[in-house]
Design a protein around this ligand. Structure first.
Ligand code: PLP
Length: 340
């Protein structure tokens, strides 16, 4: 735990040091993964290229909003990490630059399919399944039953004891929303979300906050990607990680070049690095547990075995479309968030 805190402080320093009184960075990256991986990737790319870059962590929906708002005068070159359906949405809004990465032929089939689906604008860099995790110490103290299914989370025993992300800003939480719609059908999913809402303590802006809160006993249950929960568990926190009994959804994390990027050649080099075994290795090296997309990359030892999890056939085409995402978010805001 202490290691993580120390690394976070270093990460914050690294991230804060960009663009303050120094020469303009040769590349501006918005980073959608955990802060520690953002910092490790910055360090590794700078060491490889010899060029200083700026890397800022933001939640996936916030990155999409920034790129959209800056369409006429982009300040961002690369969007690295974060859930792929949101990258697909940016692609269909013509906000991304097509690019054929050097390592695309080494990608696993799911990543090659994702690249084709994006029209060559976004490349898959990792995959991970959605789930939830609870704090075992707190559960024991409170003498509550252990949840194993999505439907268990609506039990009144968990009133005010669950956190989830806000799907407007968090890619993790949008994956949750889309997963429930695919598992139960839309109307049943919204009835489920209304029942779950009564147990939700708060919707956090970022997707990893709920699992960090559950890890520290600040809440009982956090809904998140399972690999995020593994990282907290490895840091020594008493989490039990659940692959819900009804099945679950998954993400393909992606990297994209922003249309009109000022530093296009450096952006291409960064994307190539992000798809290389060396670039992908920065994930495991900073304690992350996603499944990398390059067949030649090593799998982090504790990465959840996604082939063993009951998984929906996630419809990236539908849930990556601007119309569907906006419509579901409007319905979530009107029927769920407004009553929290
Ligand atoms: N953290 C991890 C480990 C992820 O895999 C992802 C999604 O790609 C995110 C965070 C996304 O963050 P957010 O839900 O805040 O958009």
């Amino acid at each position: 735990m202490r290691g993580i805190t120390a690394f976070s402080a270093v990460a914050a320093l690294w991230l804060a040091s960009t663009g303050t009184g120094m020469a303009a960075p040769s590349l501006t990256v918005l980073c959608g993964v955990d802060e520690m991986w953002c910092a490790a990737m910055k360090t590794a790319y700078e060491a490889k290229s010899g060029h200083e870059i700026s890397v800022t962590r933001k939640s996936t929906g916030d990155i999409l909003n920034q790129i959209r708002a800056e369409k006429a005068a982009p300040t961002v070159d690369v969007w690295w990490g974060g859930t792929g359906d949101t990258h697909l949405q940016a692609g269909s809004e013509n906000l991304l630059e097509p690019y054929q990465p050097a390592h695309e032929r080494d990608m696993l089939p799911w990543a090659q399919n994702f690249f084709a689906m994006s029209g060559g604008r976004s490349a898959g860099i990792y995959a991970g399944a959605l789930g939830f995790a609870y704090n075992a110490d707190l559960l024991r103290q409170l003498k509550l039953p252990a949840p194993t299914c999505w439907k268990d989370l609506t039990d009144t025993a968990y009133r005010g004891r669950i956190q989830s992300g806000n799907p407007n800003s968090s890619g993790t939480a949008f994956t949750t929303l889309a997963t429930l719609v695919q598992l139960f059908g839309e109307d049943e999913a919204f009835r489920y979300l209304a029942a779950l809402n009564r147990n939700i303590e708060r919707y956090t802006p970022s997707g990893s906050a709920p699992i960090k809160a559950a890890a520290r006993g600040e809440t009982l249950i956090g809904i998140s990607f399972m690999h995020d929960a593994v990282t907290q568990k490895q840091a020594g926190f008493p989490l039990v990680i659940v692959a819900p009994c009804e099945g679950t959804g998954y993400e393909i994390g992606a990297v994209s070049i922003v249309k009109g990027a000022k530093n296009i050649e450096e952006a291409k080099r960064f994307v190539d690095f992000a798809l290389s075994p060396e670039g992908q290795g920065t994930g495991a090296a900073s304690g992350q547990n996603q499944v990398p997309s390059n067949a030649k990359s090593s799998l982090p030892l504790a990465a959840p075995d996604i082939s063993m999890i009951k998984m929906v056939d996630y419809d990236f085409d539908t849930f990556g479309s601007p119309e569907e995402r906006s419509r579901l978010l409007r319905r979530f805001d009107a029927e769920i968030a407004a009553t929290n």
